[in-house]
Ligand binder design. Sequence first.
Ligand code: UDP
Length: 240
Amino acid sequence: MEKREELYAGKAKSVFTTDDANLLVLVFRNDTSAFDGKIIEKLERKGAVNNQFNAFIMQKLSDAGIPTHYEKLLSPTESLVKRMEMIPLECVVRNFAAGSLVRRLGVEEGQELTPPTFELFLKNDALGDPMVNEFHARSFGWATDAQLDKMKELTFKVNDVLKKLFADGNMLLVDYKLEFGVFQGEIILGDEFSPDGCRLWDKETREKMDKDRFRQGLGGVIEAYEEVGKRLGMTFNYDK
Ligand code: UDP
């Protein structure tokens, strides 16, 4: 497999084509952004930590029967993935109230949500990823009914697998964001799962162990990500 030209550079990852039209290389960079890219900083080791964290989680999800774009690790900061047609929506599941939900509804942070709730956001940085509903998705052709049903089903299946995985590491999975795409006619999980796109709290102290440390200027961002990995039994490789 040969890495070819850069297709796209996002806020934290770059995407390269390969000599196989069905495969892409994701390069996880050290760039860390918040508030729709208004704040960007380089954090040492972040690319390696998120790439390997994502690989670990995608493997667990795949073992649980959830179809994902993840193929294999290529290097400490690179992964091979399937090339999909992306659905321009973010699927969010929340087990506890935090972040934009707290700001929008004025509810208390940390309130447990039973049952967990589901939200859709449009992927559009210029508009600040506005919240949308399933009718918007259908009317504007972002996703069909069948695709929305599949995305919801898979997003909640991910919750079953990961709530337990993090609980075993003495952590609460507060919320997370997933993105899906279509590969050979099927909806599969894409993008990444890392502490950049979810909230994780220590079960006892409720200390934040995710990107909120960066958003809120709490420091120790990558150290917290590494601690999450350690609690899941991971070891990271930082070779260049
Ligand atoms: N999230 C994300 N990318 C986004 C927006 C949100 O990965 O562009 C994640 C975020 O890290 C959290 C969950 O989705 O785990 C819910 O985020 P929320 O709607 O609370 O927005 P935020 O407070 O992060 O702006």
